[in-house]
Design a binder for this molecule. Structure first.
Ligand code: SAM
Length: 330
């Protein structure tokens, strides 16, 4: 990633989104989606704008050619603009996955899926696509056929524009991921789980992990859905709240996970990344059971230090590599 290039792209997205917002009745994120479309097409798609505004926008667009930028430069520039927009009014459950988390998930996935040159990948709550694209951009040698689902039409629009700008092929579906999906089981699922209640009790009743009474937890149902959509031997990389196993519904979830999969690892993200200790999260890694799939000798249990703690991170990386070496001996 080149910081100057990222800043230049952020300025392009930001300044043109602000210009669009002066004339269109829309939020910053909506304006960002519009300007992203314009940048991709090299044209202005909003006919209703005045000639003067069109000229001002064109001057910005003509000042940059995306060809001189890497996929990660583009993702980062676009991500900074999305972050600015999210400060306006996005609820915590719809927040983009932080970059450091995406980078770490990408690193750990690469280790688990090292032997596969091509694989299929599903993110059932893809949001802006930031997590998915971090993974795809950081595994350039691999052929990844990816699928994303999200219920929020603006976020998935940002994902589709991000995919175009970064030239990443992905099939996106704007729907509730708990409704039937037209996607075959995949080799790996990534999922930064939205935490909270799922309002549709009728739909929830189709799931084993429905609550015995009242609304069910959306994050429990999404874990079940993810498990159903992964092939035998496939992996799930779930970003979970640390409190996942502390609720009344937790024993049922625990039993479901043990019946269906082997726990490969639990990696606690640094608490300092989150506003409060209660909001802290972990990466939970599962492998779906199947013929010839054997459990790990030991699960990989790691507490990550602050990402800025270079020595601490090096020690952890060594521990992780050691774990993989041990597991591969079996
Ligand atoms: N990884 C995403 C990114 O980098 O932008 C962020 C995911 S965010 C933590 C959780 C997402 O879950 C939100 O985008 C929200 O719209 C989506 N979501 C919540 N309930 C959903 C459902 N039932 N079906 C599909 N998406 C859902």
């Amino acid at each position: 990633m080149n910081i100057t290039k990222v800043e230049t792209l952020f300025k392009l997205f930001n300044e043109t989104a602000v210009i669009l917002q002066e004339e269109l009745p829309c939020s910053y994120l909506e304006a960002l989606a519009e300007t992203g479309e314009n940048v991709f097409h090299g044209d202005i798609l909003q006919d209703e704008l005045s000639e003067l505004t069109k000229k001002r926008l064109m001057k910005h667009y003509n000042s940059i050619s995306l060809q001189g930028y890497s996929k990660e430069d583009i993702r980062n520039g676009y991500q900074l603009a999305i972050l600015k927009g999210m400060q306006e009014n996005v609820q915590p459950n719809h927040q983009m996955t932080p970059d450091a988390v995406g980078m770490f998930v990408s690193y750990i996935m690469d280790k688990f899926l090292e032997a596969k040159q091509e694989y299929t990948l599903l993110d059932p709550v893809v949001g802006t696509g930031n997590l998915l694209f971090t993974i795809m951009n950081n595994q350039p040698g691999k052929n990844i056929a990816s699928f994303g689902v999200d219920i929020d039409d603006l976020l998935i629009k940002l994902a589709y524009i991000g995919a175009n700008l970064q030239e990443q092929a992905v099939q996106l579906y704007n729907q509730d991921a708990l409704e039937p999906l037209l996607i075959d089981p995949v080799d790996a699922v990534i999922c930064d789980l939205p935490v909270g209640y799922y309002p549709d009790d009728v739909r929830a009743s189709e799931y084993e992990l429905k609550a015995d009474e009242g609304h069910s937890y959306a994050h429990h149902l999404l874990i079940e859905k993810s498990m159903n959509h992964v092939k035998s031997g496939g992996y799930l990389f779930l970003i979970i709240p640390n409190s996942l196993f502390e609720t009344k519904e937790a024993p049922k979830l625990n039993q479901f996970i043990k019946e269906q999969s082997y726990i490969q690892g639990l990696i606690q993200l640094p608490v300092s990344m989150f506003k409060t200790k209660a909001a802290a999260k972990s990466i939970f890694i599962l492998q779906k059971k199947g013929d010839a799939i054997v459990p790990p000798k030991n699960a990989l249990l790691v507490d990550l230090p602050n990402f800025s703690n270079v020595e601490g991170m090096q020690a952890i990386m060594k521990k992780i590599s050691g774990w993989f070496e041990e597991e591969r001996k079996k």
